[in-house]
Design a binder for this molecule. Sequence first.
Ligand code: ZN
Length: 186
Amino acid sequence: MSVLDIHVLGDPILREVTTPVVTVDDELRRLIDDMFETMYVANGVGLAAPQVGRRERLAVLDVGGGPIAVINPEIVAASGRQRAEEGCLSIPEIFGDVERAMHVTVRALDAQGEPFELEGSELLARCLQHEIDHLHGKLFLDYLSVLKRRSAMSQWDRLKKEFPGNRRVLTAQEIAEHVTKPDEEL
Ligand code: ZN
């Protein structure tokens, strides 16, 4: 398994719509393994393919209940509302309150290419919505009010120089310290 570079805000791939996966094969499973490894090293609870520079409609997540890969995920039911602070591995150190559905049902393919349905509430529901947004070029910043977004963007203007070429390269130290405790960056 390898740890991949994370593409950060400013990279146009984060605004592209991904392409549905046609064949679930060993190559895709290798990408899934690498995405899990990258997500755990970065202390994230979710990671979508565009965040590692890929166009497959694919995301991985683990909010503490074990690893879940979703291929071609679609939200087929949503209900209730929740509001909580959200972050993103592609927009490090920036957080904002986002309103999301409290419960979602997602239909997807698993890593064997088999269809399955997943129901999630609270953090799992939030994470699924955040990752599925990534697969359609949408970021949590898009939900902030104009003022909050402006303040997030001016914070980002100061931070972004730490990421030349819009890449967040996980350091050997981060990899060595690799802790699997999830935090709030999705
Ligand atoms: Zn994200």
